[in-house]
Every structure is written in C-alpha cells, then in structure tokens.
Design a protein around this ligand. Structure first.
Ligand SMILES: [Zn+2]
Length: 558
C-alpha cells in the first residue's frame, strides 16, 4: 500500500484495501505541485478543458482555473508554468512487450536491403568462427524500400559461414544456410503443427520459419532481465509520454521484479501484466501453470497489477489465420490461410479452465478465422460462468467480420488494438490484397459498433511512440504505403480516449486513472502543441515536453 495521508481516519484506513482505494473527500489545503497557465484537456466525460491543476499525495486535488488552483500553493509547492501549452492525461499502451533494442544486430534504422545486409556484415566481422549472429526484433520489411524480407540467399552473401538468425517481430525467424545446417533443417523436415517452414518459388527453403517452426532453432539465451534493464526501458517510454503500460504476456519473474521496483520507488510507469504459458495446451497443464504463479487474478495495486492470462491462436502479419486464402503467390494456390497456433478443442478447454479458476483471458487473434475460434471458446466458457462483465479481450483483431460483432458484444469483449498498419501496410496489402488489408484494425467500425477500444503498439513489433498511434488512427497514414482505409479514421478526441481512459477501462482502473479529474492518479503529459488542433503531420513529429506520473516528474525534455 502507498503512503496514507494523515487525514484518513482510523475507520477509513480499515476500509482501504489493495484492491479498492478510497479517497478522502476533504481537500488538502496545500498542493505538492501545481500546473498553471495551461490548456489542459481532461478527457473527462464532458471532454472539458481547464487552465490549471493541483496535485497532492500523487493525486489531482483540483482541476480548474488559475485563480482557484493558485490558492492551493504554499511556500514549498512546486509551481510549473505551462505557458499556454497543452496537457493531456498520461498516455497508455495496452499491448507493449518491451521497448525494443537489445544486444542483437540493430535493423531499426535500415531503410534498404543493402543497409540491413551491411549491418549483418559488420557483425560478422566482429565475430569468431561458429558464433551465432542474432538480430533484434524491432524492425519490419515494410520499412525497406524493397518491401520484402531478407531471405537465406541474401544473408548468405554477407555471412557464408556464421549462422545468422534474423528475428522479425514475435512470430518469425529467417535463417541463412549455415544456420539451417546447424539446426538440421532441410527440405525433408516436416511442417511442425502450428508453424511453417517457408519455401521460395523454386521449392527451396528460403530460411523463413514462422510461429511454432521457430522451435526448431535453439537460440542462445538473451541477457537476463534485470531491474536496471527495466528502468532503462521505462525511461524511454516515459520520454514518449507513456505513464501506463500493459505487458501482454510475461513471466512471473518479471512480475516480481516490477513489484520490487514499486516497493523501492524505482517504478516510473504503471504496469499491468498478463501472464503467459505458451506450452500449457490442456486444462490440466494450465491449472498446474496457474498454481505455480502464486498470484491471484487481478492481484496488485495502482503500480503493478496482474491483468489476466494471455493466450494466442494464430500468427502475426504473415501468419494471421484467415477465413479466405492469402493472395497468390502467398496463398499457395488457395491452400494457405495462415497459421492456427492452437487448435479449437484444446484452446476451448484451456479457456474454460481459466474461467473456472477466476482468470480473465486475453487472446491474440489477428485473422478473422482466429476471431471465430476465440468466440467459440469464449461462448463455451460464458455458458458455464458468465464473462460479460469481466472485460475479456481480443488482442489485435485486424480483420473482424460483420457477423462477429454481435457475438463479441454479447460477451462484453474489449478490443486491444494497435497501429501495425502504420508500419506494415504495404506487406499486408501484398499478403491479403487491398480490399482486405486497407481496413486492417477498423477503428471507426469498432467505435461505431460501441466497443471500448484500448490502443497500443505491440512494441517492439511496432515502434513504441504513442503519438505515432494517435497520428495513424486519425489519418490512417502509413510509413511507406500512403493512406490505407481512409474511412476508418477516428477523431482526435476519440484517439485520445483510446489511449487514455479506454486503456484504464481495459484494466478495471477507469475510476482511478485515465483522465484529469479530482481524486484520480496524477499522471499527465505536457505537449508543445495542441494535439487536438495542430496540423496532422506535427503529431507524428511531436516531442513530449514533460511527463508526470503520480505527481512526480519522470521526464523533462532538455
Ligand atoms: Zn503482441
């Protein structure tokens, strides 16, 4: 529990619990910090604006005019003059794995195939014979002018001897010939269930391993996750305007590190974490996995909280499981509809078991056939024990179909949506054709259908800046493919809700954060321009001036 203000009575103290935090109604007279002379977009129910806010004990204690708020300043109050700038509630990312980077070869700034291969070549030079060369995952071929992956033959030209494993997003590896040889992957290797070994037009292995085929490769373990590494990542996220994130599937060890950070005052971002056991594919193994966690569903506080269990039923960009085949040649003459990583029967069993155990489920489902599978399982669970008010989610939901909306609504599902199209637009058009790819992540349709949609990035699959999400959702611009699905634009006010209060709703915290209102957690971002009225292109380039979490400045632009 956090520090309890002195004016909370003994009775009030007894009523406080880690789960439900009640606020004193009496206003403390002196603020720790006030922000004045600003244009504060509160994102409250009326979308009202204010000039100033007061903060005490980590929460907003006044939201209003300069005159009212200045009265709450004492001799030791920190006064921040916004000089007319815009402030918004702290931004949230509902689906963020990590901030990217890492010790592998960095492709994030590569813009051509030659750039990418040069980066591999440079690493080969520093390596010894037999060393395995890995890349970082935070890049996508749509950022290359060639709009295609580096394949085995490309990689062989710069690394004939050292095994190379190119990691692309969370769903795929591309290997050179030396790496295929090292792990004995040949044309005779059977296609693993829930995965795929890809071939080129001549029927030769092109080095690409999708989803569960990645298990054919035993990569050296990455660096151990440490508090120091998490602090570095959170600093980057704070600088981009993020004050809350939801980790879509991580280990109990990470959760314990985050709790330790909160306990010792080193956490600068609020964290909700989904748990993940990719190998638990039966009710019994999931029950065992859950028992090993020693945490209860939704356990936690305003800093670190368990958010449920992450499951997945299909691949990513190149493995989304679709009702209709991919476009040729990817459709392989009408036979390829993507990758189903977990079959209906075991998935339904696991979902029902989690519901019995009181856990919420968040399922990665990209394609429409994947959403069909999720709905069937969620409906089966719902028939045993209602899930309607529990805010179960579909993570991603790229191409939902009209017949799925009423079923999603009946289950009270929340949509966790990201800006994949911004990065990968041209690739998705190649895979699925323009008619299916352009409306990817149909934000307008979701909102018009009455869904609560929580926004995010899927970083490091897509870069983490939340203002790029905002920019993409309001313009449907992509990095290298122009506007896609213009009729799916949402308004700037809606985008702000999607990235603030809707994310708070996703984690059952809309009463405590997500807008600038008295009694709520003082999470706030100051921007150099008015995000609601500035030219759209400015949003994409905008730098955050100041980020405040729980009343403390966690980032200030120099
Ligand atoms: Zn993800």
């Amino acid at each position: 529990m956090k520090r309890v203000p002195a004016f909370v009575t003994v009775l009030g103290l007894a009523l406080l619990s880690a789960r439900t935090i009640s606020y004193p109604t009496a206003q403390p007279s002196v603020a720790d910090t006030i922000l004045v002379n600003g244009h504060i977009v509160t994102v409250d129910a009326r979308f009202s604006t204010a000039q100033a806010v007061a903060i005490a004990g980590g929460r907003f204690t006044a939201v209003g005019t300069d005159a009212v708020v200045r009265k709450m300043a004492g001799p030791s109050t920190i006064v921040i003059d916004l000089e007319g700038r815009t402030a918004i509630p702290g931004l949230a990312d509902g689906h963020l794995h990590d901030a990217g980077g890492g010790p592998g070869v960095d492709f994030s700034r590569a813009r051509t195939m030659a750039d990418l291969l040069a980066a591999v070549a440079a690493r080969v030079k520093q390596s010894r014979a037999g060393d395995v060369i890995m890349s970082n995952s935070d890049w996508h071929e749509a950022q290359l002018t060639e709009h295609r992956l580096p394949y085995r033959r490309d990689l062989d030209t710069v690394s004939p001897d050292n095994p190379v494993v190119v990691v692309r997003g969370g769903h795929e590896y591309i290997l050179n010939s030396a790496a295929l040889k090292k792990w004995n992957i040949t044309k005779d290797t059977p296609q693993p269930p829930g995965g795929r070994i890809t071939r080129d037009a001549q029927g030769e292995l092109n080095g690409e391993l999708v989803d569960r085929a990645k298990a054919l490769v035993q990569v050296p373990p990455g660096p151990a996750l440490t508090i120091e590494a998490l602090i570095e990542q959170h600093k980057l996220l704070n600088a981009a305007g993020l004050t809350s994130i939801r980790y879509p599937g991580a280990s109990i060890e990470q959760f314990r590190l985050l709790q330790e950070m909160a306990r010792t005052g080193r956490l600068t971002i609020r964290v909700n974490q989904l748990m993940r056991f990719p190998a638990a594919d039966s009710a019994a193994s999931m029950r065992e996995a859950v028992a090993s966690l020693h945490v209860k569903p939704d356990e936690g506080d305003e800093w670190v909280r368990v958010g449920g269990m992450k499951l997945a039923v299909d691949g990513g960009f190149e493995g989304a499981w679709m009702r209709e085949p991919y476009l040729e040649p990817w459709g392989e003459k009408g036979t390829f509809r993507g990758v189903n990583t977990m079959k209906q029967a075991p998935f339904t069993d696991v979902v029902k078991e989690l519901n019995r155990l009181g856990w919420r489920v968040a399922t990665h489902a990209v394609g429409d056939a994947a959403v069909d599978e999720v709905l069937e399982a969620y409906e089966a669970a719902n028939a045993e024990m209602p899930i309607r008010s529990r805010r179960w989610t579909i993570e991603h939901g790229f191409v939902p179909q009209a017949d799925q909306f009423p079923r999603m609504k009946a289950l009270g599902l929340v949509i966790s949506a990201q800006d994949h199209l911004y990065l990968a637009g041209p690739s998705l058009v190649n895979y699925w054709g323009p008619a299916r790819a352009a409306p990817t992540t149909p934000m307008r349709t979701y909102l018009d259908q009455g869904f609560v949609v929580a926004g995010g990035t899927d970083s490091a699959v897509v870069p983490y800046p939340p203002l790029w999400v905002f920019y993409h959702f309001v313009t449907r611009e992509t990095i290298s493919g122009g506007v896609l699905g213009a009729d799916q634009k949402i308004t700037r006010k809606e985008a702000l809700q999607v990235q603030t209060i809707n994310n708070a709703y996703l984690t059952f915290e809309e009463e405590t954060k997500g807008s600038v209102e008295v009694g709520k957690l003082a999470d706030l971002v100051v921007l150099p321009e008015d995000i609601l009225t500035c030219p759209p292109k400015h949003i994409e380039q905008m730098k955050v001036d100041l980020t405040i979490v729980g009343g403390k400045v966690v980032y200030r632009r120099q």
